[in-house]
Design a protein around this ligand. Structure first.
Ligand code: NI
Length: 168
């Protein structure tokens, strides 16, 4: 089965928009989440947020490859963030580039699942990184915005050069 959605990439305005809360969990949303999980696995990736398929709503899917996922988290909130963890991070919407980014090492996250039940997660390290990265997407924040000025300028230059080459 081909991926139902093309993943939006850097430059698409939907990626910089703050998403609206989900107020109804219906069959359309459930299908969207299922299709996002397929798209995430096909990519392949460990997380995918709704704006990455052009939907400006507050939910994301993830599978930390720990045998427990995939999960869909609707209207997530980060309720605790502690410590520091640095990881060479990438994003399906900024393909081919990786940057060392420091985020919280421990994160508690609460939200709603597709049955409308409250779900709570406590993660450290790599999994905590996924939560914070996907949560950022819902606020229109790409990993480029987490870089210091010099690193961001360099990354933007690389992206511009790549766009020029792609346009011939
Ligand atoms: Ni991403």
């Amino acid at each position: 089965v081909p991926s139902p959605y093309a993943i939006r990439t850097f430059g698409d305005p939907v990626l910089r928009r703050k998403c609206e809360p989900v107020d109804v969990i219906d069959d359309t949303l459930k299908q969207l989440a299922a299709d996002m999980i397929t798209t995430m696995y096909d990519a392949p990736g460990v997380g995918l947020a709704a704006p990455q398929i052009g939907v400006s709503k507050r939910f994301f899917v993830f599978d930390a490859d720990d045998g427990k996922g995939p999960f869909t988290v609707i209207n997530p909130r980060i309720t605790r963030a502690e410590g520091e963890y640095t990881f060479d991070e990438g994003c399906l919407s900024v393909p081919g580039l990786h940057f060392p980014i420091t985020r919280a090492n421990e994160v508690d996250l609460t939200g709603t699942d597709l049955d409308g039940n409250e779900i709570n997660f406590s993660f450290t390290g790599f999994e905590a990184k996924i939560m914070q990265h996907e949560f950022d997407h819902l606020d229109g924040i790409l990993l480029l915005q987490r870089l210091d000025d010099d690193a961001r300028k360099k990354a933007m230059r690389t992206l511009r050069e790549r766009q020029l080459r792609a346009n011939g």
